[in-house]
Every structure is written in C-alpha cells, then in structure tokens.
Design a protein around this ligand. Structure first.
Ligand SMILES: Cc1cc2nc3c(=O)[nH]c(=O)nc-3n(C[C@H](O)[C@H](O)[C@H](O)COP(=O)(O)OP(=O)(O)OC[C@H]3O[C@@H](n4cnc5c(N)ncnc54)[C@H](O)[C@@H]3O)c2cc1C
Length: 302
C-alpha cells in the first residue's frame, strides 16, 4: 500500500518515521518473495501509539517486519504497510548475568556480544537469522536452546490498549515455536538471564552448532528455514523425505534436496508457487501417514 495523503506524510515526518516508499518485500525476506508496499521505520518507540492511531484513523493496516527470515509474503501490491523497528545503540546492556536486548538487534550479534562478556545459554541459536523481536515472537529454538527459557522480562507495546507494558516471564507462555502474545503486540525488548561461561567455551559450542547447521541445511539457498513444525514424536523433514519429495518442485519453489523441511526459492518463485508446494506436501504427508503438518513459517497473504 502506498501512502499518498499529504497530511499523513507530514504527520509521519513529525513522528520521525523513515518512510521508504514502494519497497519490494522480496528484498527484505530471506525467501526472496514478497510484493510492494511502503516500509515505515520507527526510530522513536515512544511515537508508536501515535503512529498506530494515525494509521488506524486512515484505515491503513500494518504488519510488523523483523528480519524477514520466517515469512512467506504475497506478491503484487500489498494491502498493508510494513513497520520495522530501527536498531538504536546500545542494543545490548549487560549487568552481570542479566542482559537487556533490544528487539531490533540481530539475534546473532546479540549472541556474540554476550559471548564476549563470558555469557552463554544462547549458543544453540547461532545461525538463526533475524532479529531478537522475531526470535521472541516465534520462540526460536535450535540444538537444545529456546529463547523463551531465558526470558525474565519482556517490554511490549500492546496496541489493543495503547500502552507499553513490562511482562514478567510467568506472564508469557512460550511453547514450541509460538508465544502467547496477541497478533498486534509489538515486542520492544527483553531481559534475559544468561549463564556464566568462559568465552572460549561459548565459542566452541557456537562452532559445533555452526558445523551441524552447515552439514544439514541449504544455507546458500533462499529459504525461510523449516516450513512445518515437527509433529509430536516425529520430524517433518523425515516424513517428507520418506515419501520421496526431496527435489519436488512447483514453478520456482522446490523442496530442498539437502533438508526436506526447507523449501527454497530457485530464483523466480512466486508466493503462489510456494503456497501450492506447501499444500501439496502437506496433503501427500497426510495421505501417507495421516499426520497433519502445521506451518512454522508465517504466511502473509492478505
Ligand atoms: C536458514 C534459516 C535457518 C533457520 N533456522 C531456524 C532455527 O534453527 N530455529 C528457529 O526457531 N527458526 C529458524 N529459522 C526461522 C527464523 O529465522 C526465526 O523464526 C526467526 O526468529 C524469525 O525472526 P525475524 O526477525 O526474521 O522475524 P520475521 O520473519 O520478520 O517475522 C516473524 C514473525 O515475528 C513477528 N515479529 C517480528 N519482530 C517482531 C516484534 N518486534 N514484535 C512482534 N512481532 C514481531 C512478525 O510480525 C512475524 O509474525 C531459520 C530461518 C532460516 C532462513
């Protein structure tokens, strides 16, 4: 959606919003798929209530973009604007084992900053692309680590009531690749409780995780990570592999032949290609095993 109303454009400038008109979200997502809209980059978080009120007043919907590494976005002109939090230093503040991380910080950078302060616990998450905000929203996890387990507090802008709240760990339920926020909550940052661990040991653990990831995932290809959640007691990738779907392709979208739960954009995949591939794979897994796969990736098609 392209904002053209001059009054609204002036108001956005007053709120210090950086507007990038008509960006292709394909360039902002790891899958390389996504249509065109205005991208609004929010510097001053205290202006979020005014911004959202302005948009609501004009009937303009929004979506919150982190690093774009878990998203399948529709093609064409999108009927909403994308918001993104600007990265503002300092993004990581360390007080003993307690670490404040800003939602706009890249997760990988936060992990290495903590490592340099002899703090571990997040090593398994190295190689998960995207931002801290996206990781909290998705309760990102890998190699035995899950970010939700380390959260002590989260600061969140609750659009429904228009206020910024600090939630304690017990007030948020973190589950496998989901957390109990409402769709319109905007996470601003979190306080994590990390583990004291010598830098060398943290780095060794990071190397092991990197090695395992490189050995099993198509990291040179465009993907959004695992498409489906693992069903209880099983692995989505294994089920897809067992029915011979590695390399299965619809248009430019293909099941990776390296990891069957990674679907890749071979260059010109459309959202529709990817969507049809997801539905085909889901339906074939159901026919073969009577297991319904649930998407892990977030789909923005309307
Ligand atoms: C190669 C590759 C490997 C991956 N490996 C893993 C893995 O091992 N484990 C794993 O868990 N994931 C993995 N992923 C998926 C993805 O990286 C994670 O889900 C990541 O945490 C998403 O963060 P993001 O900032 O990119 O979020 P986005 O993709 O931008 O957004 C995802 C969701 O979070 C919401 N969101 C983003 N920021 C905020 C915020 N500040 N407040 C509220 N909502 C927000 C968005 O609106 C959207 O609903 C992988 C992806 C790739 C491409």
């Amino acid at each position: 959606m392209l904002i053209t109303d001059p009054k609204l454009l002036t108001a956005l400038r007053q709120l210090e919003i950086e507007r990038r008109p008509g960006v292709r979200l394909a360039s902002w997502t790891s899958l390389g798929i996504g249509g065109t809209t205005d991208l609004l980059i929010v510097r001053e978080r205290r202006y979020l209530p005014d911004l959202l009120q302005l948009l609501r007043g004009q009937g303009i919907r929004h979506r919150l973009l982190g690093g774009g590494s878990n998203l399948l976005v529709a093609d064409g002109e999108l009927p909403w604007v994308a918001l993104r939090l600007a990265r503002i230093e300092p993004t990581v503040r360390i007080e003993g084992k307690s670490v404040w991380v800003d939602a706009a910080e890249e997760l990988g950078r936060a992990i290495t900053t903590c490592a340099k302060a002899n703090l571990g616990g997040l090593e398994g998450l190295i190689g998960v692309p995207g931002t801290v905000g996206g990781a909290l929203r998705m309760n990102a996890g890998a190699y035995g680590a899950e970010i939700g387990n380390l959260v002590r507090e989260i600061v969140v802008y609750r659009a429904v009531c228009g206020r910024i709240d600090t939630l304690r760990a017990g007030q948020v339920r973190f589950e496998y690749r989901r957390a109990s926020f409402t769709p319109c909550d905007i996470l601003l940052g979190a306080r994590l409780e990390l583990i004291e661990r010598p830098f060398r040991e943290v780095v060794d653990r990071i190397h092991v995780c990197n090695f395992n990831r490189r050995a099993s995932q198509p990291l040179a290809e465009r993907s959004a990570g695992c498409v489906f959640k693992n069903p209880p007691g099983s692995s989505a990738g294994k089920l897809i592999d067992e029915i011979g779907l590695k390399g299965f392709r619809i248009g430019g979208a293909m099941v990776s032949d390296r990891h069957a739960n990674f679907f890749i954009n071979r260059g010109r995949a459309t959202c529709d290609d990817m969507h049809r591939l997801i539905e085909q794979v889901r339906s074939r897994v159901w026919s073969a095993f009577k297991i319904e796969l649930e998407e892990e990736i977030v789909v923005w098609v309307n």
